[in-house]
Design a protein around this ligand. Structure first.
Ligand code: MN3
Length: 197
């Protein structure tokens, strides 16, 4: 999924209504066509103003000390990752290798989900919750603010949920917990296992 300048917005890997009823079509249209498009456009603008960065990869920009570069690079990368993390409701299941890693790190799938939900709900304001593989190869849960991306700390993202209000407000209003619980139904577990490597 490595992109480079000039950045363009990829189509969703499924139809806008593919995640219904968990995530409604209108939310997906606005989230992808407006928000993700805006991060893409604003990243290109920031790159125009910082031509020396144009040869860098998108991943390298995630750690930029220029807020306009870092925030919009995160917005582009994180949403590509988020779309690919989801699939048609109730079609995925956790494979053996991933199950083993989740049990090793968290004790059980239920414990993993509880901790991941706590990270998603505990993120004050806008941000993300992540399942990552850390530098020693074990799984961890963390959350980031805004469009920050944990790869800058050397970890490998496996799964992420967007908990900005734009991701859920039309359908779930202020009830982030309901969104997070329903979201398990659209996780693309095959993709998570693939990212495990
Ligand atoms: Mn978003």
């Amino acid at each position: 999924m490595s992109k480079s300048y000039p950045y363009s917005l990829d189509s969703l890997p499924y139809a806008y209504d593919a995640l219904e009823p968990v995530i409604d079509k209108e939310t997906m249209e606005i989230h992808h066509d407006k928000h993700h498009q805006a991060y893409t456009d604003n990243l290109n603008k920031a790159m125009e103003a910082n031509a020396e960065l144009q040869s860098k990869s998108l991943e390298e920009l995630l750690g930029s000390n220029l807020p306009a570069v870092k925030n919009n690079a995160g917005g582009v990368w994180n949403h590509d990752f988020f779309w690919a993390s989801m699939t048609t409701p109730d079609t995925g299941h956790i494979g053996e290798a991933l199950m083993g890693e989740l049990e090793k790190a968290f004790g059980s799938v239920e414990e993993f989900m509880a901790k991941f939900e706590a990270a998603a709900l505990g993120r004050f304001g806008s941000g993300w919750a992540w399942l990552v593989k850390n530098k020693t190869g074990s799984l961890e849960i963390l959350s980031t603010a805004n469009q920050d991306n944990p790869m800058v700390d050397g970890v490998t993202p496996l799964l992420a949920i967007d908990v900005w209000e734009h991701a859920y407000y039309l359908k779930y209003k202020n009830k982030r917990a309901d969104y997070v619980k329903a979201w398990w139904g659209v996780v693309n577990w095959d993709k998570v296992e693939e990212r495990l490597g």
